[in-house]
Design a protein around this ligand. Structure first.
Ligand code: NOJ
Ligand code: CA
Length: 568
């Protein structure tokens, strides 16, 4: 049985305490318990463990470091943390090459440290989500060591082995990380398949023994108190058993490889059977499955929820994150598409594989205002948000300047076009002191100069900081019924600059108004058609410089956020 957690009502009562900022005037009200699953009202937070907090002075973050920051996370308004892989690993792909799924890498601590962190998190009502690297193992995993030892080894068929063709690899499939996806293993004279690095051989999910062993891994962690998994690279689980060549498109990618349409190596329908069965195991433990679901369109995303809502509860909508400009029409369209898809939307604006949102959306002079604007957007939508560590303080990308400084192998291979992902993985900025308070040693990646101003300690003292804005917004989100459960109702659909919507729950509503432009804007709202003919607005939260004004003639500063409670 899952161990007990604080109820949303208890959390709401506690988080009410935050609602005291000058421009925030949220109303306190306890949310009655409903039949909804916990993850629908939870705020998730992604931690890249190498970079969060270093407790033992080796320049690399660790589990005790995470445990030491749980009060900060609770105070921020986080309900669940997703920790990217912290299992034993040669660290070729910084943990996404797992050599033992049922242990902790010594650089991050021990299983006892994990238990301590999990216990401390539970005390605070914070759940732990682990990263499940399903598609591949490390080449140092005992299964692969056995698999490659001979053609008749017990684990031979746990991976994908094929003969070469005409003195080369079995077909034209390329790796997502550069070069052929096949590597010749001289010991047995066959090639093995790896969608990612050669040190990350793909598991053969057509083999029931693989499925059983991997499902047992999830059971093992559920018993240890884990509340769910983020599923890595789900789209690559299966490949065409007949090895058809992928169609080739004109041009070359950053690695110098021909550009392929990955028709035979990604999104094969068989993967949905695995997700369906994995969900059954999750349901036995009241656990949540979050998908790293790269999709080209809404139909693909819909499939990940399952035909009967029986696959992933939380497939991430990356189409939202790929709206890479502050365009009210573009966001409006994407939100409407996902909101009407039938599942529970999952919003992310950055992660450890994409440049930070601060840089992607920022225009330079207004970066802090835009960081608050993006928070005002994705934290008020109907759905569950997943924050990326440091987003809440406006951390920026710090890309390597020279090839010799690059740590991420794809940056070494693709330099200078592809600089790798080091830039978005730099140490969490806790203070304005040495190494941003992350470590007393030399951090594994350099801290950017912006840590002098953008750090937890300084922003905690500044009422106008990005951090304070996140805290107020998350507190509001936890206690306002319309923000928790209300419908998404778009407003003023033709406005090219201002994105506005209601979150409407029965007779209550919250109005969210976001000026996505660098110019002052004026907007007016007639909420009669939405059931509020004589709407009265009471401001709940707004950005600095954005004061109270009537919704019949609302003046907005550039990049302003205005959030108000609407009553009849
Ligand atoms: C997706 C992960 O997010 C990324 O960091 C990793 O390199 C690949 N999957 C391979 O596991
Ligand atoms: Ca450490």
């Amino acid at each position: 049985m899952p161990k007990s957690f604080a109820t949303p009502a208890m959390m709401a009562a506690a988080l009410f305490l935050f609602l005291c900022a000058p421009r925030a005037s949220a109303q306190a009200s306890e949310i009655p318990e409903g039949p909804r699953p916990w993850w629908k009202h939870a705020v998730f937070y992604e931690i890249y463990p190498r970079s969060f907090a270093d407790s033992n002075g080796d320049g690399i973050g660790d589990l005790n470091g995470i445990a030491s920051k749980l009060d900060y996370l609770k105070d921020l308004g986080v309900d669940a943390i997703w920790i990217t892989p912290c299992y034993p690993s040669p660290q070729v792909d910084f943990g996404y090459d797992v050599s033992d799924y049922e242990n902790i890498d010594p650089m991050y601590g021990t299983l006892q440290d994990f238990d301590h962190m999990e216990h401390e998190a539970r005390q605070r009502g914070i759940r732990i989500i682990m990263d499940f690297v399903m598609n591949h193992t490390s080449d140092q995993h005992a299964w692969f060591i056995d698999s490659r030892s001979s053609r008749t080894a017990a684990h031979r068929d746990w991976y994908i082995w094929r003969d070469g063709q005409n003195g080369g690899p079995p077909n034209n499939w390329t790796s997502g990380f550069g070069g052929s996806a096949w590597k010749l293993d001289p010991a047995t004279g066959q090639y093995y398949y790896h969608f990612f690095y050669p040190q990350q051989p793909d598991l053969n999910w057509r083999n029931p023994a693989v499925e059983k062993a991997m499902f047992d891994v999830t059971r093992w962690w559920y018993k240890r108190g884990v509340a769910g998994f983020r599923l890595d690279a789900v789209e690559t689980l299966f490949e065409d058993p007949n090895l058809h060549d992928n169609p080739v498109l004109p041009g070359k990618n950053a690695y110098g490889d021909p550009i392929e349409e990955r028709e035979y190596t990604t999104k094969l329908p068989e993967l949905h059977d695995v997700l369906h069965d994995l969900r059954k195991v999750a349901d036995e433990h009241e656990a949540v499955l979050i998908g790293e679901t790269w999709t080209n369109n809404i139909d693909e995303l819909k499939q990940y929820y399952g035909a009967h809502s029986d696959e992933l509860q939380m497939p991430m909508d990356f189409l939202f994150a790929t709206v890479n400009r502050l365009s009210a029409p573009a966001f409006r369209e994407q939100i409407a598409t996902v909101d009407s898809a039938g599942g529970w939307p999952v919003y992310v604006i950055s992660n450890h594989d994409m440049p930070r949102s601060y840089d992607r959306y920022g225009d330079g002079p207004h970066n802090d205002a835009i960081a608050k604007l993006m928070a005002g957007l994705y934290l008020t939508l109907r759905g569950t948000p997943i924050l990326y560590y440091g987003e809440e303080i406006g951390m920026e990308n710090n890309d390597p300047k020279r090839r010799e400084d690059v740590k991420d192998p794809i940056g070494k291979l693709g330099w200078p076009e592809e600089k790798g992902r080091d830039g978005e993985r730099t140490p969490m900025q806790w203070t304005d002191g040495a190494n941003a308070g992350f470590t007393r040693a030399t951090p594994w990646l350099p801290v950017p100069p912006s840590s002098a101003t953008h750090n937890v300690a300084s922003e905690s003292k500044d009422a106008d900081s990005i951090l304070q804005f996140y805290k107020h917004l998350l507190a509001l989100r936890h206690q306002n019924r319309a923000l928790l459960d209300g419908d998404y109702v778009p407003l003023n659909p033709d406005d090219p600059n201002v994105l506005s919507y209601l979150r409407r729950y029965r007779d209550e509503a919250v109005l969210v108004v976001l000026n996505l432009s660098a110019n002052p804007q004026k907007v007016r709202f007639d909420l009669g058609p939405q059931g509020f003919p004589a709407a009265k607005a009471r401001m709940l939260l707004s950005t600095a410089g954005q004061g109270e004004s009537a919704i019949s003639a609302l003046s907005l500063e550039p990049f302003a956020v205005y959030i108000a409670e609407i009553s009849k």
